[in-house]
Design a protein. Structure first.
Length: 254
């Protein structure tokens, strides 16, 4: 049974005649190819309408299907300026049922295409790749069954560009390249913690047109020792004099 909404969405006083090219066009484009799991005779609401309302509501702070449906009703006049809505705003049950049947892989692909369109990275922007266990997703003191995600965070935009699920933290090394391959990071600076300090990952980042900043710890003893030894001289003199050393270290990562 759905909980009552805690939010009071303030309806717009009148329709906002915003041209379609300025109202969520990336959503309508990116999700146009999302497979619809419903049979034709049960399609009272267009799939793109359901997706656009849901994404808009979540961005506005909605936390559940009831919130999403109520947000849709409160903003219906605005949504009608660019959505079909042949039977009005779907019920909260409809939102829940449709999303439960969507192909998660296809949805993720569309979602990342949308995010990539609305959050084009500026030159030199930092994209941080990191893995975390989702709070509250595990059980017991050891957090058994916790959901682990590797995420790409665009620091300047303040936006998560994409996520990949991994069985456990130790498997981040395989998930990071997978996530990176989904992103357009040209011109950005990709940062990764010590688990990603690998030759293959550094090569992939450069191949995708980005620069990298990799953390080095004791798990890379040879590299760590060389960097520690080079820092005093680099601080005392011009960093450019250590360019040859930097080139040598780059080829020895991993």
């Amino acid at each position: 049974m759905s909980r009552p909404s805690r939010r009071m969405w303030r309806p717009l006083t009148e329709p906002t005649p915003v041209p379609i090219e300025f109202v969520l066009p990336p959503v309508l484009t990116a999700f146009a190819g999302l497979p619809d799991p419903r049979v034709d005779r049960t399609k009272r609401h267009a799939l793109l309408d359901i997706v656009a309302i849901t994404l808009s509501a979540v961005l506005a702070g909605a936390e559940g299907w009831v919130d999403i449906a109520e947000f849709g009703h409160a903003r219906e006049s605005w949504f009608r300026t660019f959505l079909r809505l042949p039977h009005g705003i779907p019920s909260h049950d409809t939102f829940g049922r449709v999303f439960a049947r969507l192909d998660p892989v296809a949805f993720e692909r569309c979602f990342q295409a949308w995010v990539g369109e609305v959050a084009r990275l500026s030159q030199g922007e930092v994209v941080a790749l990191d893995g975390k266990a989702v709070r509250g997703s595990g059980t017991g003191p050891a957090r058994e069954g916790a959901l682990h995600l590797v995420s790409a965070w665009a620091c300047e935009a303040g936006l998560t560009l994409g996520q990949v699920r991994t069985p456990a933290k130790g498997n981040e090394i395989t998930a990071i390249p997978e996530l990176l391959a989904l992103l357009d990071v040209r011109g950005a600076v990709v940062t990764v913690d010590a688990i990603g300090c690998q030759t293959a990952l550094a090569t992939q980042i450069r191949a995708q047109g980005a620069d990298y900043l990799l953390a080095v710890k004791g798990n890379q003893p040879w590299l760590h020792e060389r960097i520690v030894a080079a820092l005093p001289d680099a601080e005392e003199h011009d960093w450019q004099r250590n360019r040859n050393l930097s080139t040598s270290l780059r080829h020895r990562v991993g």
